[in-house]
Structures are given as C-alpha cells and as structure tokens.
Design a binder for this molecule. Structure first.
Ligand SMILES: Cc1ncc(COP(=O)(O)O)c(C=O)c1O
Length: 364
C-alpha cells in the first residue's frame, strides 16, 4: 500500500490517484435495496452473486439488506468470503479436484457451503471426503437450461438425484439453472420468451423430481438481466443476480432499472488538438465486452486502449487539459474489478472509504 493511498474521509473523490475504481455508495446501496425489495415483493430470496464485487464489504451490505447468503464463482472467493465473516455461501459451480475438495471441507468448517454438482464421479469424491471429516456438504444439481455450459439434462436427473441421496456425505438441497444465454437479449419480449423457456425447463426438473418423491427445497436461478422475469416463474425460490450492484455498461444498453455506481477515475496525460490520452489501459480496465466509454466530461469518445494508454477524441469543444480528471465506465465491471486492489467509495463525490478487493485474482 502506498502512502499516497491513505486518503482522509471528506476529500473530493477527484483528489485520489488514478486510474482508480470509484463507487458511488448512495447508488450502490440504492441498487441493493431495490433488488431486495423486488425479491421480497415477489416472495423469492436473494442470494446475490459476489463474482462481481469480490469483497465481504459489499456482501455484508447485501446480507444486511435481507439476502439469505451469497454466491461465489470460485472456491478461492468462497475462502475469502468465509474468512471475511460471510456465513452462507453457495458455489454455483463445480469443485472437482482432490485438493480443492479438501479446501472445501476447510471452508465448510467456517461457513455453511453448498455447491452445484452434475457428475457422478464428482459426487462420490465429494461425499467420501466430507464423510471422512464427519461432515455433510449441501449440494444442488445444476440443470442445463439452454446455455449449454454445465448441467444435467431432464432424462438424467432422477437417477442422478437418487445417487446423491444414497451418499452419506451429502445433503441434497435442490436444483439450479443459470440462464446466461438470455440475460442480455435487448428486446424485452424476446428476453421474456427465451427466459421463460429456460425456466420452464428448470421447473420441469423440479416437477420430475417431486413426482419421484424427491423433495426440492431450493430452485435457484437468475442474472441481473432476467431478475424481473425469473422471479415471476412459480417454483423459483431464489435469485443469484450479481451485476445489479454496480450495473455494467453493457447491461445499461439493455435496461436501466438499476443505476451505474462504478466508474474508473482517470487523468488526462496528453492533449494535441482534438486528441487526448488518459491514463487507463488494458491493465486497469477490461474490454472483454467492448470498449469502455467516457461518461464525464461529455463530448469525449474513447477510441482505443493499449496497455497503459487510452486514446480519446474530443467530439465537442470540450475544455479539458493535461491533469484534468475523466470518468470512464467499463462495459463489464467484474473483469475490471479483478484488475484492482481497492475500491474508493464516495457519497456524492466526497471520499468515504478505501475498500480492499480481497477476492482479486482468487480464481482458483
Ligand atoms: C451461475 C451464475 N449465476 C448468476 C450470475 C449473475 O449474473 P449477473 O451478473 O448477470 O447478475 C452469473 C453470472 O455470470 C452466473 O454465472
């Protein structure tokens, strides 16, 4: 940590060193409240995905607002959240190697952990290790709801669930299905149709299991783009949305139910005529979902990024000089956050706190 990063509460957020991730706390808290209220009104629980925020600071705010726990994409993230005091963790992902299964046992000593399963051999290995440690691991079956990533098909699910119920190291809790292939569909009607198709498959899985006397307590699904569709499907018990907390630039192209809370504060390092260069680059902002955009001042078009330089064109007569600050919005927050050590959070432009991104790089 450099001394330059020990800022006093109350300074202007534009006084901090750049490039830095800044988050408007009022907006992020409002997003958390809005999603939780929506879930409450629709009688579903919130289990927000923390792959976006990677920090117990935000997870605790979500839990304080009413979430029943959080999701973590990776075991490393779950270890970090458990160490940070989060007590209920779902990993909606597969944990398959012997080393990782041992680590999962350790996490489960600190917090209640559940994971997604979809493979017979994996189920046996998980059960053996947990039984050896006199513990039980909660599992949910991942169903392929059309994304064609991981997950079982409907004709496999009964035998697979019976197999889990035969394992003394496991507790069968329910099912999940992530409709990642529909969350970004631009036209709302199309998004509703495709999401409903995906969720009907998940509910069909629940029905088939229950017809075979296998009780299903959890039916978990949803991303930010489908929160208001998936939550209305009878039988869904909880939502896994994550990006809504900060809202990605890409999601904002689709809908604006939640407000953008995160941006990258940058500095102009060069100006020639209508071209400026700012100090972010591929090492500080991701572009896996497209070029970031300059949100303030207006009239600046971001053109290209190299490792440490970002070239922009002044479209209007913008009064901007070397040393001035620029606010940039990434299209994808998750991958940008993973490049930084800290958030600098503010309320209405006044610096509040430096928050460590503890889960940065915890992808193992
Ligand atoms: C399994 C799973 N659940 C939930 C989410 C959250 O989606 P979003 O970030 O769109 O809210 C993701 C995102 O990739 C995911 O992979």
């Amino acid at each position: 940590m450099t001394t330059a990063e020990n800022y006093k509460k109350g300074i202007q957020i534009t006084e901090i060193d750049t490039p830095s991730i800044i988050v408007d706390l009022n907006i992020a808290e409002e997003n958390i409240k809005k999603m939780q209220n929506f879930a409450n009104d629709n009688s579903v629980s919130m289990r927000p995905h923390s792959k976006t925020n990677k920090s117990p600071y935000w997870a605790k705010k979500q839990i304080e607002a009413g979430a029943i726990g959080i999701c973590c994409a990776k075991l490393g993230e779950a270890e970090m959240m458990a160490a940070g005091g989060v007590k209920e963790i779902l990993i909606p992902n597969q944990i398959v190697t012997p080393e990782k299964i041992k680590r999962l046992v350790e996490v489960n000593k600190k917090s209640k952990v559940m994971i997604a399963v979809e493979n017979y051999d994996n189920v046996s290995k998980l059960s053996e290790e947990f039984e050896k440690n006199s513990m039980k691991l909660g599992v949910i079956i991942e169903v392929n709801v059309g994304m064609d990533r991981c997950g079982v098909e409907l004709d496999e699910i009964v035998d697979f669930a019976k197999n889990i119920n035969d394992k003394s190291g496991l507790d069968f809790e329910g099912i999940m299905g992530y409709e990642g292939h529909t969350v970004n569909i631009g036209n709302f009607e199309d998004r509703v149709n495709e999401t409903t198709k995906a969720m009907n498959k998940l509910i069909k899985a629940k029905d088939i299991l229950e017809e075979n006397n296998i009780s299903v307590n959890i039916v978990s699904a949803s991303g930010t783009g489908t929160y208001n569709i998936t939550s209305k499907i009878p039988g869904i018990t909880e939502l896994q949305c994550g990006s809504y907390i900060f809202m990605d630039g890409n999601y904002l192209k689709v809908f604006d139910d939640f407000q953008p809370a995160l941006s990258l504060l940058c500095t102009v390092v060069s100006r020639r005529d209508n071209r400026i260069v700012i100090d972010c680059g591929l090492k500080s902002v991701s572009m896996d979902q497209g070029l970031p955009e300059v949100v303030y001042p207006r009239g600046i078009k971001l053109v290209s990024l190299s490792e440490e330089h970002c070239k922009c064109e002044l479209e209007d007569d913008v009064d901007i000089q070397v040393g001035d600050k620029v606010f940039v919005r990434p299209m994808h927050s998750d991958t940008t956050i993973n490049l930084h050590d800290n958030y600098f959070v503010h309320r209405d432009g006044i610096f509040d706190e430096k928050v460590e991104i503890v889960g940065r790089g915890k992808f193992k």
